[in-house]
Design a protein around this ligand. Structure first.
Ligand code: HAM
Length: 421
């Protein structure tokens, strides 16, 4: 019987993987330009990290997390997101000790047991940045600028995107806001789905990100966090809005945006595609000024975002025609005859040591078949036949222009790149 991949977890095959590699390279080079350095936390953490960090009442922890005991009964989780892991590592390795701002980025798989659909999977990949150590709204602006810049860099136009921004206040504002939500929703309890009735007890803020149609009319009239901001939070938001204006970054203030994670304070934002349909958030993030302390570290503010690689690939594939990829190989070696084939192995090995992407037929194909593989996979064909052997030369054919030239073997192998412009 055939064994298939797990629902919601898919293979990224070589053709598509090339696009992923190019995107990952763009992301790395850009975030490094902003001073971020890579961190690679493990995929498995103690489940408690997320129940405390992300929040027990969130869908991510309550419904979607892959949790399992190890052989000693310790409860582990496949990470559903990486902010909590980065903060755990930040505390565990004392990265705060130097008193500097820590700017960290990651790219890797995350796991959530969600209902799979276009743009939503159970294993998906995020790229993300986290800046720990400053309360300055200029850092929020920089993080948002980075998010915009990244989208432009990979080829999305500003018109295709919308930035949604909100402030959900700090822990001083939260009790009054939570009370306002609780009393508002308690009066409408009968209109709420069973999950939201539970949320009403645990954390009424989480009702605001419920997607059930039955809850939407109650949600529409709910009190808004913007009306409960303290002076400090109001000033933070106003300063940030001014800076986004100075940077020429458009945004929509969206009082309904709360994001589905408990650690946020003050700024929250999402950058959405106007073309993606229901799962339209390309990336999301915000401030989390209490998370380091909540997880046992010294009080340290933080801000960051993460985006979904799959969603980026989806919108990009709507913009870029599929077959514009250049061939994977520089050179396909075509030996003619047994003797040539033996020599070809050494030539291939030497080319690769000079940094040339090269390959050879291992399937016993005919000359004609080898030519057609070369045309599909390489920029050049390198022929090695009886004439070439006799003269110690090689024939190099440019497969785009059809031009051929015969060169001394040693001259070509000394500097192959010179002949492969
Ligand atoms: P999040 O909004 O849960 O935030 O996820 C960020 C992004 O990951 C989403 O905007 C989406 O593009 C992608 N994503 C989430 N779930 C899925 C899924 N099931 N399938 C495909 N893509 C998905 C966070 O995870 C926070 N840690 C972001 C953050 C970093 N906040 C501060 N720092």
């Amino acid at each position: 019987m055939r064994v298939e991949s797990v629902r919601g977890m898919r293979d990224i095959l070589p053709e598509e993987a090339r696009l992923w590699q190019a995107l990952e390279a763009e992301i790395r080079s850009l975030v490094e330009l902003y001073g971020y350095r890579e961190i690679r936390p493990p995929l498995v953490e103690l489940a408690e990290l997320f129940s405390r960090g992300v929040g027990e009442a969130t869908d991510i922890v309550h419904k979607e997390m892959y949790v399992f005991p190890d052989k000693k009964g310790q409860m582990l989780a496949l990470r559903p997101e990486a902010t909590a892991s980065v903060v755990r590592a930040y505390i565990e390795h004392g990265l705060y000790a130097k008193g500097d701002l820590a700017k960290l980025y990651y790219i890797g798989p995350m796991f959530r047991y969600e209902k799979p659909q276009k743009g939503r999977q159970r294993q998906f990949h995020q790229y993300g940045v986290e800046a720990l150590g400053s309360l300055d709204p200029a850092l929020d602006a920089e993080v948002i600028d980075l998010a915009w810049h990244l989208m432009e860099r990979v080829g999305l136009s500003r018109e295709a995107l919308v930035l949604r921004l909100n402030s959900i206040g700090c822990r001083e504002d939260r009790p009054a806001y939570r009370e306002a939500l609780r009393s508002y929703f308690s009066a409408r309890k009968d209109e709420l789905c069973s999950d939201c009735q539970r949320r009403l007890e645990e954390n009424p803020l989480r009702i605001l990100d419920c997607k059930e149609p039955q809850c939407q009319s109650a949600i529409a009239g709910a009190p808004q966090s913007l009306d409960y901001l303290c002076e400090g939070c109001r000033k933070h938001l106003e300063e940030l809005r001014g800076m986004l204006g100075d940077l020429g970054l458009a945004y929509e203030l969206d009082p309904r945006l709360v994001r589905g994670i408990d650690y946020y304070t003050r700024t929250v934002f999402e950058l959405c595609s106007r073309e993606l349909g229901a799962q339209d958030a390309l990336l999301g993030g915000g401030r989390y000024d209490d998370l380091v302390e909540l997880l046992g570290g010294p009080p340290t503010p933080g801000v960051g975002f993460a985006g979904g690689m799959e969603r980026l690939v989806l919108v990009l594939s709507q913009h870029r025609p599929a077959n514009t990829a250049s061939p994977a190989l520089d050179v396909y070696v075509i030996p003619i005859g047994e003797e040539a084939r033996k020599r070809a192995l050494a030539i291939l090995a030497q080319m690769r040591r000079k940094g040339v992407a090269a390959d050879l037929d291992y399937m016993g194909r005919s000359l004609r078949k080898m030519m057609s593989v070369a045309a599909r996979q390489a920029r050049y064909a390198l022929f090695l036949g009886p004439d070439e052997l006799a003269q110690d030369r090689l024939t190099l054919k440019n497969l785009a222009s059809g031009e051929s030239r015969t060169l001394p073997r040693s001259e070509f192998l000394a500097h192959p790149q010179r002949f492969l412009s």
